[in-house]
Design a protein around this ligand. Structure first.
Ligand code: ZN
Length: 445
């Protein structure tokens, strides 16, 4: 049966590749008001591709003029499980064409990769779903439902509304979210955790107004120096976040080779990694804190005055298992306890997003692990974490609490989603399509 499916994948692949290239040529940049008609076109093209596979499709939107999502259903045998397939048909802006080695809207193959904006994120996600349906033709072993949104790259503003409005047509036993990636070329992954985020602006004040630094320096602390001292208490000497009461957890036992880290991280030559614990614990399951902005006088034009007030933005990534409520309270406690010399410290919350920990157990996960191992010739999938957040995953978990959520995807470490020279690894893509077909077969039991 697997040999059959492998052969079927190989026979549908050229057509899948052709359709992917057509989708990439549509400039569906949801952030660009000038190209919203292209987002409409990509919705129509996506709907047509699924309709051709026998899916009963409809383009829906939360209100007139809202971004178009494609929903649909293709029924399998009576009593078979229902699987909801998710992807998005909008893409990030291509930005400066000069940064691309080939035109961003003209899919181009080089060294086994297909380059173009959306060639991976996430038009290949759409085509993995189309490919799996094409493999089965009229013998689909499960009932498939679809949700292909058109506003993921601009924050999925109407997602919750759409999920609510069409709940009955989207309900499923298993949800496959094809918008993440694999661990490496040749090593599949299921994304099972995502960190959350707490962003806070803090302001430190030491003077009611600026005064001469020669006349008063040595007695009155300036705000910028005081703020720097507060910031310096947020990490210990090893670079771990030093705020008491934040949650940390264990991560999968996978190795992140030093050479790959150097290449992917952008760390300057000679820079040391901060924190303790395994590399992936530090990236996925421990908190991380960065200063992402600072308001202070510019160096050019700095005068001999004591700065009365200074401001910084703190970006705190929180581990799966923590809550934004806890993390925010612990952060504020820490700041108030560590501000020196009687300075005033005020804070303002910019935004927060909860961390996600998916329960990666049960029959759907067994079916997925078996399918992935088979598609990757015996290499089991890694339970991967993501250091950033994909807020819409939490929204699916909330809207469909009974469903098993599988986060899969087509990306690899060199995909460059959102960047110039975004590219899809074509040999891995073939495995992705096969894995999805095997998954549907396994879910049918
Ligand atoms: Zn995406």
């Amino acid at each position: 049966m697997t040999d059959d499916l492998r052969a079927r994948v190989q026979s549908v692949l050229p057509g899948v590749r052709h359709d992917l290239e057509e989708l990439v040529r549509i400039q569906s940049v949801s952030a660009d008001p000038e190209r919203l008609h292209e987002v409409e076109r990509s919705a129509e093209r996506t709907a047509a591709l699924f309709a051709a596979e026998g899916v009963d499709v409809e383009i829906v939107r939360a209100y007139d003029g809202a971004p178009p999502a494609v929903i649909g259903e293709k029924r399998g045998p009576a009593g078979a499980p229902t699987v909801l397939l998710y992807a998005h048909h909008d893409v990030q802006p291509e930005n400066d064409h000069a940064d691309w080695d080939s035109a961003p809207w003209e899919p181009t193959e080089r060294d086994g990769r297909l380059y173009g904006r959306g060639a991976a994120d996430d038009k290949a996600g759409i085509m993995a779903h189309v490919g799996a349906l094409r493999v089965f033709g009229d013998d689909l072993p499960v009932t498939v439902r679809l949700f292909i949104e058109g506003e993921e790259e601009v924050g999925s503003d109407t997602l919750v509304e759409l999920l609510g409005k069409h709940q009955e047509r989207l309900e499923a036993d298993v949800i496959v979210i094809a918008d993440s990636g694999n661990w490496d070329i040749g090593v599949p992954a299921l994304t099972t955790s995502l960190r959350g985020l707490v962003r806070v602006d803090i302001e430190v004040r030491t003077l009611t107004h600026a005064v001469h630094s020669g006349m008063w320096g040595g007695l009155v602390p300036d705000a910028l120096m005081t703020l720097s001292r507060v910031i310096s208490t947020l990490h210990d000497d090893a670079g771990n976040v030093a705020i008491d009461g934040l949650h940390s957890g264990p991560a999968a036992d996978v190795d992140y080779p030093e050479e790959r880290l150097r290449a992917e991280s952008g760390g300057a030559p000679g820079i040391e990694w901060i924190g303790t614990g395994s590399t992936v614990e530090r990236l996925w399951t421990k908190p991380a804190l960065s200063i992402t902005g600072l308001d202070a006088p510019k160096v050019a034009g700095a005068s001999n005055t004591l700065v009365p007030a200074a401001k910084a933005r703190i970006s705190l990534r929180i581990a799966p298992g923590d809550t934004t409520e806890n993390a925010l309270a612990r952060l504020v406690e820490h700041l108030e306890a560590h501000v020196p010399w009687g300075a005033t410290l005020t804070h303002e919350v910019v935004d927060t997003g909860e961390a996600t920990q998916i329960d990666a157990t049960g029959p759907a996960y067994d079916a997925a692990r078996a399918a992935f191992s088979e598609a990757w010739d015996g290499t089991a999938p890694v339970d991967m974490g993501v250091g950033g957040s994909i807020p819409f995953i939490a929204e699916f978990l909330e809207a469909f609490p009974e469903a098993s959520v599988l986060v899969t995807g087509v990306e690899d470490p060199d995909t460059r989603a959102h960047g110039a020279n975004e590219g899809l690894h074509l040999a891995e893509f073939e495995r992705v399509v096969l894995a999805e077909a095997l998954l549907l077969r396994n879910l049918a039991g």
